[in-house]
Each structure stands twice: as structure tokens, then as C-alpha cells.
Write a new protein. Structure first.
Ligand SMILES: [Zn+2]
Length: 271
């Protein structure tokens, strides 16, 4: 009886103080997680097949989350009271974004489960120029009209805003593979590797983002955390896609502006 009571108390304490408990339990100097700031002995296996050191034992971040946060954190710090749209929010990144000073944080998902809003990303329920930042990781490969979603992200960004739009990518594939006639889960698993994926992106993913209107810059994990790649266990093969609204063309008369529509035309200061 007494043993059960002690066990129950320990379980409650472990649950309540689980982040602290995990930080202490896994403490070490060989690995560092930029998402939760923990120093741990090693990361944990994750995936199928398992990647040996993929998951942070404290916040559950994976390689791509650590890269994305290491990239975003210094840029977010430059924005006072940022308005952020986070699609299909990863808990570890959500926790950090919600803690930003003065943030107006909107989590969004297709089914609305556990998020602030339910939304189809090809028809976002926001006015133009609402957000400073959009974060959408590993979602577009599930969306038939991915170009429509990219255009929506552009539409809801404010001038000067930016988006991080990550997808699983096969870098040895030049052209994205998709086939709208493949619709059943079994066929999609065979064709695209997962029963709810509708394509496999190739190196032309950047062209798609540009076709939507974004100005795109690619960053490697080594550029984002130089010298700390091994300690943070980042995926060196997944580039980060930094998508900005294009700069306004020079004002040279209405004829040129008509040929080069620009998001800045939404601004009342530019007529
Ligand atoms: Zn962590």
C-alpha cells in the first residue's frame, strides 16, 4: 500500500515537473538542443527506420525543428510584437513561439484539433497582410493545390514579412513527381512513400515557391549553426527555404507597375 502511494506520488511529480526531470535525467555535454536549450548526453532514436540520434529527450524536437528554430530565433528577435501563423504546429516550436514577447500567435490545422483556428491553407481566413511570419513544415506534400497554399501564405504576409516553408525533399530528384490520378492510400504509399502524400518534391521545389511569387533563399544546416552541426545533430541534407515577399520594383510609372504587381501596392503609403 505504502509502496503504491510512493509510486503514485513519484509519478505525479514526474509528470508535473517532467521538463525539469528530463533535463536532469538526460543532462550531459555532448549534445545541445537549440529549441529547448538543453544540454544532454545524447539524443534518442526516432523514425522508421530509426535514425540513431534524432529526437531531443527533453522537448522531442527532431533535426529539422532544431534547424528551423536556430534559423528563426534571431530573426524573430528583430520583430517587435510579431504576428505569427504556425501551420500544423509542432509542439516544441509552438512552445517557443507562444513565449515570444508580445506575440500574436495563431496556430492552424486542417481539422482544427488543438489549434487556435481550423483552416484550409489554400483559403486562409485572414485579411491580406496580417502576419509578419508564416511557419509551415512538412505540410505542402499533403496538399493537392500547393501553389494555391503558397499564394495564400504570400497574401497574408505583411510587407517585409517572411515564411519558412519546409517539405520533405529528394535532392537527387530534379523534378517533382506527382500524379493526380493516384488517389487511394495504397497507391499513394506505393507512389509517394506515404498514404497521405500527394507528391515527392524534387530540386524544383524552389521554382514552385518562386512561381507563387516568393523571393527564395536556401540555407544549409552548416550555415545556420556553423561549427555546431554535430553537437545539435542537424540534418545536413535538408535545406531551409527562406521565403520573402519580393521587393517593390522601382516606381517608374503606372505602366510598369501594372506589369509588375507588387505586394507593397497594398500599402496605402505606396500609390
Ligand atoms: Zn530540446
Amino acid at each position: 500500500m505504502a509502496t503504491d502511494l510512493v509510486s503514485s506520488i513519484l509519478k505525479t511529480l514526474r509528470h508535473r515537473f517532467s521538463p525539469v526531470y528530463r533535463r536532469v535525467r538526460h543532462f550531459g555535454i555532448h549534445r545541445h538542443c537549440p529549441v529547448c536549450g538543453s544540454n544532454v548526453r545524447k539524443f534518442l532514436p526516432f523514425g522508421d527506420p530509426p535514425r540513431p540520434e534524432a529526437r531531443c529527450p527533453v522537448c522531442n524536437s527532431l533535426e529539422r525543428h532544431r534547424m528551423v528554430w536556430a534559423f528563426m530565433e534571431p530573426r524573430l528577435a528583430k520583430i517587435a510584437r510579431p504576428a505569427v501563423l504556425h501551420v500544423a504546429p509542432e509542439p516544441c516550436l509552438r512552445a517557443n513561439l507562444e513565449r515570444l514577447p508580445g506575440v500574436d500567435y495563431w496556430s492552424s490545422s486542417y481539422d482544427g484539433a488543438g489549434t487556435r483556428i481550423q483552416a484550409d491553407i489554400t483559403r486562409l481566413p485572414f485579411e491580406d497582410a496580417t502576419f509578419d511570419v508564416v511557419l509551415c513544415c512538412h505540410v505542402l506534400e499533403h496538399v493537392l493545390d500547393d501553389l494555391g497554399a503558397m499564394r495564400e501564405f504570400m497574401r497574408v504576409l505583411r510587407p517585409g514579412g517572411w515564411a519558412v516553408l519546409q517539405v520533405p525533399l529528394e535532392m537527387d530528384r530534379e523534378t517533382t513527381y506527382e500524379d493526380a490520378s493516384i488517389v487511394t492510400p495504397e497507391e499513394r504509399t506505393r507512389a509517394f512513400g506515404q498514404n497521405d502524400h500527394v507528391r515527392i518534391y524534387g530540386r524544383d521545389y524552389t521554382d514552385r515557391l518562386k512561381a507563387a511569387g516568393f523571393s527564395v533563399s536556401l540555407f544549409s544546416a552548416g550555415e545556420i549553426i556553423p561549427g555546431d552541426l554535430e553537437r545539435c545533430v542537424l540534418d545536413p541534407h535538408e535545406p531551409l527555404f527562406f521565403c520573402e515577399l519580393p521587393q517593390c520594383p522601382p516606381l517608374q510609372g503606372t505602366a510598369q507597375l501594372a506589369k509588375q504587381p507588387c505586394v507593397c501596392l497594398n500599402e496605402s503609403s505606396v500609390v
